[in-house]
Design a protein around this ligand. Structure first.
Ligand code: DGL
Length: 267
């Protein structure tokens, strides 16, 4: 039986998006083991119903609970909106953190008092979660949230630098052109994969990737509960509910290192 400190950290997303979080995470925690689930059988979450997304979260949490982890990071905005409560309920005393609050905090720090833009999946925008979180953190900033669901498939398919990708990014960001925000929250973990094209379309706008604030939050939670692992080489395991091969292909680019050992997970 592993001590709690030596258990892995669990992380999940609908696909490769969460790897943009994992990438930041591994730089900060090279000694931690991570168990990453890409729920590609149900991709894209952004076009599913709240009930479906909540059920996916529940099943993944039940799996993590069974194998034993010390912290669960929901590396997906959509899953955070629609399954954070149920995931917390399943995990019991294992801490769970989600990405929305981290993203809203990061935006308020980066562009306090100025106009904030949000791009996210269809259902994350529909939920109003980011504007509501910004208000609840005391921000009175004007927030414009725009769904850019097509970006999700571009990244999942590894289309990060094609003419088509550039055109889609330019088209779908058009609501921001007339009166650009000071900061733009990348409110979907797939989007950092397209940040070069997003920045090209919106020069001068500060892009806010919530991953950094989320990783700081993870560090706090682990330190406070005495669960940080000080030594050893961290191992990352990838489990995929769909096709491990296409996940590894697109995922390696987003993670910035090759993924060679993704395995199929049947939940
Ligand atoms: N990466 C996800 C997010 O942060 C979900 C994308 C999707 O599956 O639609 O919202």
């Amino acid at each position: 039986m592993k001590t709690v400190k030596n258990r892995p950290i669990g992380m999940f997303d609908s696909g490769v998006g969460g790897l943009s979080v994992l990438r930041v995470f591994l730089r900060k925690f090279p000694t931690e083991d991570v168990l990453y689930i890409g729920d590609t059988a149900h991709f894209p979450y952004g076009e599913k119903t709240p009930e479906e997304i909540s059920a996916y979260g529940r099943h993944i949490a039940e799996y993590f609970k069974e194998v034993g982890i010390k912290l669960l990071v929901i590396a997906c905005n959509t899953a955070t909106v629609y399954s954070l409560d149920v995931v917390k309920e399943v995990m019991g005393d294992i801490p769970v953190i989600g990405v929305i609050e981290a993203g809203a905090r990061a935006a308020l720090e980066a562009v306090k008092g100025k106009k904030i833009g949000v791009i996210a999946t269809k259902v994350t925008v529909k939920s109003g979660a980011y504007p509501a979180m910004i208000r609840s953190l005391g921000g009175g900033e004007k927030v414009l949230a725009v769904p850019t669901q097509r970006f999700v498939s571009l990244v999942e398919d590894g289309e990060l630098d094609t003419d088509y990708a550039r055109r889609v990014v330019r088209e779908d960001l058009s609501p921001f052109y007339e009166d650009p925000p000071s900061g733009l929250i990348l409110g979907c973990t797939h989007f950092p994969g397209l940040s070069h094209l997003i920045q090209e379309a919106l020069p001068g706008v500060v892009l806010i990737d919530p991953a950094y604030a989320l990783v700081d939050e993870a560090a706090d939670v682990l330190a406070k509960s005495g669960l940080l692992r000080e030594d050893g080489d961290g191992r990352v395991q990838f489990l995929v509910t769909g096709d491990p091969e296409s996940f590894s292909h697109s995922g390696s680019v987003l993670l910035g290192r090759p993924i060679t050992d993704a395995r199929k997970l049947i939940l």
